[in-house]
Design a protein around this ligand. Structure first.
Ligand code: C5P
Length: 236
């Protein structure tokens, strides 16, 4: 596998072409941003942890019937993934009120939601990723009704699989963000990452935050929390 030119650099990852027209290399960085890039910093070894944690969880999901972009881990920070066109939606699933939902609706953080909430945001940095509904998705032709149904069905199934898997490791899955991609032959598959950057993980017993909120809220212990998640998932 030969690494070719850089195609894209995002806030937390770089994407490179390869000599395989159907595969990209994703390289995870230690850079951390929050509030749409207004807060910037680095979290030591975050790139390594997110690469390994995301691959571990995607492998578990794949084994349970969710198609993902994962091909194979190449190194501590690099993974070979299937080439997709990203559907420009942030797909957010919430089990317990926290973050922007708590702020928007005045719900206390930690309140169990009577029903799982699914939200979509339009992926656009300049607009600040505004929340939209399925009518907006179809009006802007971001996905077809059939594609959005597949995305929603996968999102709920991923929630069930992840929540059960993490519960056994003493982690409560509060909420998380997913991104999906479209393969050249038109299939919807899970893309991007699943990591402490993109999920809220709380220790089941103590309620301690084990995710990026420690960075967003200047709580300290950021590296320790990321390492703890890796240790529980991979035993490393
Ligand atoms: O900020 P908010 O409460 O809407 O975030 C919900 C979930 O989505 C959190 O787990 C957060 O980490 C994730 N998220 C993300 N990337 C964004 C926005 C939210 O990973 N741009």
């Amino acid at each position: 596998m030969e690494k070719r030119e850089q195609l894209y650099e995002g806030k937390a990852k770089k994407v490179f072409a390869t000599d395989d027209p159907n595969a990209y290399i994703v390289s995870y960085k230690d850079d951390a941003t929050a509030f749409n890039g207004q807060k910037k910093g680095t979290i030591a070894e975050k790139g390594i942890i997110n690469n390994k944690v995301s691959n571990h969880l995607m492998k578990m999901l794949e084994e349970n019937g969710i198609p993902t972009h994962l091909i194979r881990e190449l190194s501590d920070r690099e993974t070979l993934v299937k080439k997709v066109t990203i559907v420009p939606l942030e797909v957010i699933v919430r089990n317990i009120a926290a973050g922007s939902l708590s702020k928007r609706l005045g719900l206390p953080e930690g309140k169990k939601l009577a029903k799982t909430v699914l939200e979509y945001s339009y992926k656009d940095d300049e607009l600040g990723d505004p929340m939209i509904n399925d009518y907006h998705v179809f009006a802007m032709e971001l996905a077809t009704p059939e594609e959005l149904k597949t995305i929603a069905d996968y999102a709920f199934k991923i929630n069930d699989l992840l929540a059960a898997y993490l519960k056994d490791l003493g982690i409560e899955l509060i909420d998380f963000k997913l991104e999906f991609g479209k393969t050249p032959d038109g299939r919807i598959i899970l893309a991007d990452e699943i990591s402490p950057d993109t999920c809220r993980f709380w220790d089941s017993k103590t309620g301690e935050k084990l995710d990026k909120d420690r960075f967003r809220r200047d709580m300290g212990g950021v590296e320790g929390a990321y390492h703890e998640v890796m240790r529980r998932l991979l035993g490393e």
